[in-house]
Design a protein around this ligand. Structure first.
Ligand code: HEC
Length: 157
């Protein structure tokens, strides 16, 4: 009987993994909170701002075909669901701290975030997994982009 009872206990590794999972769950939840309040969804999720945030989570951060056009050319909010799959958390931290992206991406918000917040965003996006299609490539100022655009007044930069 004792043998049977022991067999029903979960293996130690399983218990430890569950402990790690609950830490991850807290980090994922913080990431969920951050992408909602830090504006990431506003630009990187199609229709998010226009619908008052009524976009289901499986579609979050899949990038947008809506171009942002100004003196810098035309930029498209990257599909972060695909982007995050290709980089390790250490690469993410390094990039978030050092990369200066084109407008209107607030790269300075990533630079100034705490490491824990950056890890939380990474955990959420990896948890959601890959989805959607890549967005159009950056279009330099001398070329006319096709498709829908938000036009910034030229000379505003
Ligand atoms: C006002 C719109 C806007 C907001 C808000 C915004 N982004 Fe972006 N983001 C963009 C655009 C546009 C690009 C493409 C920039 C470029 O081409 O240089 C971009 C690029 C990026 C990239 C670079 C990916 C690559 O292709 O190398 C990352 C990472 C990123 N955003 C993460 C975030 C996160 C995380 C948040 C929330 C804290 C956020 N963005 C908020 C518009 C936005």
């Amino acid at each position: 009987m004792l043998g049977a009872a022991l067999l029903t206990l979960p293996p130690v590794e399983h218990v430890l993994a569950e402990g790690a999972d609950s830490g991850d769950a807290a980090l994922i939840e913080r990431g969920r909170y951050l992408v909602r309040i830090a504006g990431c969804n506003d630009c990187h999720t199609p229709g998010y701002a226009q619908s008052g945030g009524q976009v289901p989570e499986p579609l979050w951060l899949t990038g947008d075909q809506l171009g942002w056009h100004g003196a810098w050319g035309t930029t498209y909010p990257t599909n972060l669901r695909l982007y995050m799959q290709g980089i390790s958390v250490d690469e993410w931290l390094q990039q978030a701290r050092t990369r200066q992206l084109r407008p209107p991406m607030p790269w300075f918000a990533l630079r100034d975030m705490t490491e824990e917040d950056l890890r939380a965003i990474y955990s959420l996006v990896r948890h959601l997994g890959p989805a959607g299609e890549p967005v159009p490539a950056y279009v330099p100022p001398e070329q006319e982009p096709v498709g829908p655009l938000v036009r910034f007044p030229l000379g505003s930069q």
